[in-house]
Ligand binder design. Structure first.
Ligand code: G3I
Length: 486
């Protein structure tokens, strides 16, 4: 996929300004942006409509599109505005970690964590809780406490029940255990493992389940995005935990990735964990670039983001993506990787990068930027209606290892009130999710019908819908049939 027209035209406008210009959630302006009255959007409407934010699109798709926030940055209006308008979920980047919450035994400190929770509640956002039991950012009273097994169990129990108890009903998902396996695919030699053995993982999940039975409980790690020795170790581990009846609901792939080196089998990896019955989330996505970031590197990064996001949204068990920071100015990457940076979809000046538009499109945003007025004169009469009820054109807009994205344009021959498009899938193909049409399949036969607002077309008018699908090695070019009525 090339990142052409709409993608770069918004440079110079800040994300907050775009996102605040309109709320394109359901109905109303969303329909206008996609051409509710056929595809003819007046120039004025198009300019007013602006682009849907990532949050709007994620809400429409019913998926999570989150970010990590730092409480001390919530004083900055650009930061607050972007965190609120672009994302439907927040995670505490550091403010909920053990060293912040319980720096001394029994002394809990909630002010920073509360600020983030209050912010999320004010903005009607989900919260992914990060994190309860982790070897890092752990205060020295735990790390060097020389606790007996029972004492350490008590320390874990107290930390988990107090922290989860405080936010019961407010934080819906939690990274209960973070990074328990090391880069050699062995149990990490943490104080928890040294004292309690690998059972500390099962015990932490049981404690968490007791603290908030309605929360969804995750294990979370980096370098497990693709299939490799470490993700294989996780596969074995979570299968064992499930077999023992441990209350684990999900696995987080952190997704700290390098542009140009993104694993090609992320979707396959997500799928195998989803097949175990687990919810999968990409919990800390960033894709770093060797600086300086050239236009070519940013285009590569956009393709990388698109691949990861599509891999998640192609698997029904993958509930969404969280990016690790609001803009490049707030990313942990430059501080930790010499000479690398620009890892997020929004740059340090709050401008959307090609990666932003790649996510936007993966979430079903109009690939032709709706902030651009239509190039044709909106008063021109429709031209060359096809013969028959209607015509459907099929275009594959993106393809990756085992998935693809396609767009179908429906053009009316005669005035239509409702339309139906049918086609047959090629071998190994399936449809995973669609937008701007109601799509169902039975065997290889697919039926797509309008979704009300885009069903009424006059002769020659067009509307488009899209979907993400899986393929079995290659993407077929189907024959489509379009008929009036839905
Ligand atoms: O708060 C102190 C500040 O007082 C001091 O002046 C400053 C000097 O360096 O350091 C500040 O603490 C830093 C802290 O972030 C808050 O900004 C630490 O040095 C720094 O090491 C810490 O880095 C965090 C890192 O976790 C620690 O492991 C990053 O912000 C945070 O993004 C990162 O997040 C982790 C996830 O929790 C787990 N997965 C990996 C991910 C990236 O490492």
């Amino acid at each position: 996929m090339s990142f052409t027209k709409g993608r770069r035209r918004l440079r110079g406008r800040t994300v907050g300004a775009v996102a605040l210009a309109v709320t394109l959630v359901t109905g109303g302006l969303a329909a206008a942006a996609h051409g509710q009255e056929g595809t003819r959007v007046s120039a004025e409407d198009a300019v007013q409509a602006q682009a849907a934010s990532l949050r709007d699109l994620a809400d429409q798709q019913g998926v999570r599109m989150g970010t990590a926030v730092a409480s001390h940055l919530l004083d900055q209006s650009d930061y607050r505005q972007t965190a609120a308008t672009e994302f439907n979920s927040v995670t505490h980047e550091n403010d909920l970690k053990w060293e912040t919450v319980q720096p001394q035994q029994g002394q809990f400190s909630w002010s920073n964590a509360d600020r983030v929770v209050d912010f999320a509640e004010q903005n009607n956002q989900m919260i992914h809780g990060h994190t309860l039991v982790w070897h890092s950012q752990l205060p020295s009273w735990v790390e060097n406490g020389n606790f007996s097994q029972d004492q350490l169990r008590g320390v874990m129990q107290d930390h988990i029940s107090t922290t989860m108890g405080r936010y019961r009903g407010q934080i819906g998902t939690w990274d209960v255990v973070n990074e328990p396996i090391d880069d050699n695919a062995q149990f990490r030699d943490s104080v928890f493992y040294q004292t309690l053995g690998q059972d500390f993982i099962a015990e932490a999940f049981r404690m968490a389940d007791q603290a908030d039975p309605s929360a969804r409980l995750f294990i979370n790690d980096y370098n497990i995005d693709g299939i490799n020795a470490k993700s294989d170790a996780y596969y074995e581990l979570v299968r064992d935990l499930l077999a023992q009846g441990v209350p684990i609901d999900g696995i987080g792939f952190q997704g700290h990735l390098i542009s140009g080196q993104v694993p090609s089998d992320i979707q396959q990896n997500i799928q195998r964990f989803a097949d175990l019955g687990l919810e999968v989330m990409i919990t800390e996505l960033d894709i770093r670039i060797q600086m300086p970031a050239t236009e070519q590197k940013l285009e590569q990064q956009a393709r990388d983001y698109e691949g990861v996001v599509n891999a998640c949204y192609a698997v029904s068990g993958c509930s969404g993506v969280i990016v690790w920071g609001v803009t490049d100015a707030h990313s942990w990457v430059p501080d930790h990787f010499d000479g690398q940076g620009a890892a997020l979809p929004i740059d340090s000046d709050y401008q959307q990068k090609p990666a932003y538009w790649a996510i936007h499109e993966a979430l079903g945003g109009d690939p032709a930027d709706p902030t651009d007025p239509p190039t044709e004169d909106p008063t021109d009469p429709p031209t060359d209606p096809p013969s028959g009820d209607c015509e459907a054109d099929y275009r594959v807009t993106n393809e990756w290892n085992s998935g693809f994205q396609a767009e179908v344009t429906v053009t009316a021959g005669d005035s239509l009130t409702g339309w139906t498009v049918t086609w047959n899938l090629g071998s190994g193909e399936s449809v995973s999710h669609a937008w701007n049409a109601s799509v169902s399949s039975s065997g290889s036969a697919v039926t797509a019908t309008d979704v009300g607002y885009n069903g009424t077309l006059s002769a020659g008018q067009s509307t488009a819908f899209g979907f993400v699908g899986n393929h079995g090695g290659s993407v077929s070019t189907p024959q489509l049939t379009c008929t009036s009525g839905s």
